[in-house]
Design a binder for this molecule. Structure first.
Ligand SMILES: C[S@@+](CC[C@H](N)C(=O)[O-])C[C@H]1O[C@@H](n2cnc3c(N)ncnc32)[C@H](O)[C@@H]1O
Length: 286
């Protein structure tokens, strides 16, 4: 039985990083008319009320989207992301925060497809309701790792896979690599974006080594931290691994991550990492 509920975390700094990268990648991919397939392996409920007791209990959004809400010095790509979040709200006030499927749906076209997987029956039902009647959206209740592999290669031969597990199960660290490997074997030109939390740094070092050892080329890493690494409880940083990143993404992140580390970092401890984990040829970049 899964206990993770994303409402506790909606709009936190991790969602800011994940959704910023998602929006940037889709902006690049939709520059070409040719249709594409968006696969969200862990789609969540599609949207979250920040007045919900779960969100109010943690108030995580106050150190995420809320800190960007009224700033007048946002870089352009963050203005674009905030504009989308504002469109999800019914007023200038911040009441609601969109999930990855909703954000993706704003950027995708009628000829694109969205394949959304969510294992939690309650969240899956909410997602089904949110996209009811939209013929290019398919919501599946079940395991997104298996579901993603089953769709490979997508008919469109162009696409983005977002893998965003909660890592409630420690097996998720290996499952993202296994799924990436299997999916990439069938669809090597796809873009893959994998979110990860930094709770224990050594788990991320293992994850990075596994991705490098997989032999998959063209992998970039974008990480944002709000506190220094610690051995204590809680997420201090998070990152996105992007396979086949669109050209230009890294340059943008070079501008956006220092800004976010400065604005969202706590007590001056904000930090970021940008790495080319693997270059054009498989094998580590030295
Ligand atoms: C971090 S949340 C997803 C948030 C969403 N991607 C977003 O950005 O708005 C992770 C979700 O994965 C779901 N989940 C957990 N294991 C899963 C699995 N094996 N397959 C599909 N969904 C799963 C959880 O119920 C939870 O809703």
């Amino acid at each position: 039985m899964l206990s993770y509920r994303h409402t506790f975390h909606a709009g936190n700094f991790a969602d800011v990083l994940k959704h910023l990268v998602l929006v940037r990648v889709l902006r690049y991919l939709t520059r070409k008319d040719k249709s594409l397939c968006y696969i969200d392996t862990h789609a969540g409920a599609g949207g979250y009320l920040l007045e919900d007791p779960q969100a109010q209990k943690t108030l995580e959004f106050t150190n995420g989207i809320a800190k960007l809400w009224t700033r007048d010095d946002l870089p352009g790509a963050l203005i674009d992301y905030r504009r989308l979040v504002r469109a999800f709200n019914d007023s200038d006030d911040l009441h609601r925060y969109p999930g990855s499927p909703w954000l993706a749906a704003q950027l995708l076209r009628k000829n694109d497809r969205l394949c959304l997987f969510e294992a939690h029956s309650t969240d899956s039902a909410l997602l089904q309701a949110a996209f009811a009647g939209q013929r290019n959206v398919r919501v599946t209740t079940g395991d997104g790792f298996q579901g993603c592999i089953g769709l490979m290669p997508p008919l469109e031969r162009r696409g983005l896979v977002l893998m965003d597990p909660s890592y409630e199960l420690k097996t998720d660290y290996q499952a993202v690599v296994d799924t990436l490997l299997k999916a990439h074997r069938r669809f090597a030109t796809g873009v893959y974006a994998i979110w990860y939390p930094v709770v224990e740094r050594n788990r991320i070092e293992v994850l990075e080594r596994s991705v490098v050892a997989s032999g998959i080329p063209r992998v970039q890493l974008f990480e944002l931290g709000i506190r220094s690494d610690s051995r204590g409880y809680g997420m201090t940083a998070c990152g996105m691994l992007v396979v086949n990143p669109p050209w230009g993404l890294r340059d943008e992140m070079e501008l956006l991550l220092p800004y976010l580390a400065n604005v969202l970092g706590e007590a001056g401890e904000g930090h970021y990492r940008i790495r080319e984990l693997v270059g054009d040829q498989a094998g580590p970049v030295r």
